[in-house]
Design a protein around this ligand. Sequence first.
Ligand code: ZN
Ligand code: ZN
Length: 208
Amino acid sequence: MKDLTYKISSYPSTRNLNRREVDEEIRRALDVWSEFTDLTFTQKTRGRVHIDIRFEEGEHGDGDPFDGQGGTLAHAFFPVFGGDAHFDDDESWTKGTFRGQNKSCQYSNCCEKYITKFCLSLGTNLLQTAAHEFGHSLGLSHSDSRSALMAPFYRGFQNKVTLNKDDINGIQVGQVALSALIVSCFYEKLCPFTCTATLRRENEEAPS
Ligand code: ZN
Ligand code: ZN
């Protein structure tokens, strides 16, 4: 039995999730892996930990800047590079749904019509993404199997995260020791729908 510690150093700024929900989803994402290993995970709120989890936007100090909404959703480091996992704070992180709300939305206090039209965006499910990233944190690289959690693309919303045979072999064969590269994870988002263009035009028209 090996106990690993983790800490959520910064939380997402999305309106979709509160801190407790983020804690729960991260916990569930780690449980996906502890189910098939003798690893356990303990959350800490301070001090040094094995896996440091952050929600960051743009350049955030590790030379691998995030790219705004869509595109890259997250990346994680292999164990030899610390195992930390970073999530793009410009994504609309969600729990149990594909429906998200743009954090830059200016209409949330306005009428329902505008919320629907301009502010709903295709959310990115935190549980799915986090479970995938923690696979990297534990030493797994990408899988060629399309049904694997470790396949290198975001598959759209799924209500439940399951490991396939490839994932389970990966974690059990102990790729941890073999992995010696920093992994940058390039998930491709399917059909991103945002209201960026509309919001930008509104900003430009606003009197300065
Ligand atoms: Zn990073
Ligand atoms: Zn990946």
